[in-house]
Ligand binder design. Structure first.
Ligand code: SF4
Length: 309
């Protein structure tokens, strides 16, 4: 039995930056610091920041006047920014620059008169943020079937169209939806391929490689983490049994009964400490030697916002 680790895995540059923004704000201004929505989708990270004095809220009406508030890495609709400004809240924006890039694409397309189809998962905060960059002319599709039933424009003829995507989609699913959009709307414009970020792409490539060598894959990540769920799906699409787990305590010994090699990876919001915890637990359960924990540096860093650097 052996344990193999995916490379790269775990924290991306956007998540590192978002956590640093909350930590620096706490150091500089003291608790409480309000954070709209889970700053990144990981229970362990959120609990750690709560213990340091961060207060997580769903909406800005839960933030007292004059307080400091941080927007999560997933981005916010324009209406939220406007409300924060109207209420004179001190804002630090932890929106990942790669999500902001998609927001700017939406704005550019709408200003050019194109209506925008977003490919993403309904209800995810990144989708709400991106769809909220313009008050009208935005449509959401979640899958290929939605493309066929999509109703556009009032007069029955399609307006000029563009598409954008959520940054954490499955690369293969997104490609199939883009192909369906191009088949139905041949003049649609969009990014070269999609807006899936480097971290999502690299982690999916890595888990696909890992699946060639393993019988079972554990994905460390929280159930509400989009990119972690996609890693589990990508592993299963390769014919490997895969489980998404937050912590080592969720591991079941029967998962490894017929396994010769167990792979471990982690979503972009899951800390390396949890990977180490899971690897140690699998080693203890199976008697497999612990692998080298080393990680590849993807060479991407995002600066902190002004006032916190
Ligand atoms: Fe940014 Fe991608 Fe990380 Fe999301 S997963 S925070 S888009 S780098």
């Amino acid at each position: 039995m052996q344990i193999l680790l995916a490379n790269p895995r775990g924290f991306c540059a956007g998540v590192e930056r978002a956590i640093s923004i909350v930590e620096r704000a706490l150091e500089k201004f003291g608790a409480p610091i309000y954070v709209r929505h889970e700053v990144v989708h990981n229970r362990f990270v959120v609990d750690d920041l709560k213990a340091k004095g961060a207060v997580f809220v769903h909406e800005l009406d839960e933030v007292p006047d004059g307080a400091t508030v941080i927007f999560s890495a997933h981005g916010v609709p324009k209406s939220v920014r406007a409300e924060a400004e109207r209420r004179d809240l001190k804002v630090f924006d932890a929106t990942c620059p790669l999500v902001t890039k998609v927001h700017l694409e939406v704005e550019r397309h709408r200003k050019a008169g194109r209506e925008v189809i977003m490919i993403g998962h309904r209800g995810h905060p990144e989708v709400e943020g991106t769809m909220g960059q313009w008050p009208d002319g935005m449509y959401l599709v979640e899958n290929v079937a939605d493309v066929a039933t999509l109703k556009l424009g009032a007069g029955g003829t399609a307006p000029p169209l563009a598409y954008v995507t959520q940054t954490t989609l499955s690369v293969d699913d997104a490609a199939a939806i883009v192909a369906a959009l191009k088949a139905r709307f041949p003049d649609i414009v969009g990014p070269k391929k999609d807006d899936i970020c480097y971290a999502t792409q690299n982690r999916q490539d890595a888990v696909r490689r890992l699946a060639q060598q393993c019988d079972v894959i554990l994905v460390v990540g929280s159930p509400n983490s989009s990119n972690s769920n996609r890693l589990r799906e990508v592993a299963e699409q390769q014919g490997v049994k895969a489980w998404l787990i937050d912590r080592a305590a969720e591991i079941r010994p029967e998962w490894f009964a017929a396994a010769n090699a167990v792979g471990v990876t982690a979503g972009a919001s899951a800390p390396e400490a949890l990977v180490a915890e899971v690897v140690a637990a699998v080693a203890k359960l199976t008697g497999a030697p612990q692998p080298e924990i080393a990680q590849e540096d993807e060479g991407v860093r995002f600066p902190l916002p002004k006032g916190l650097d």
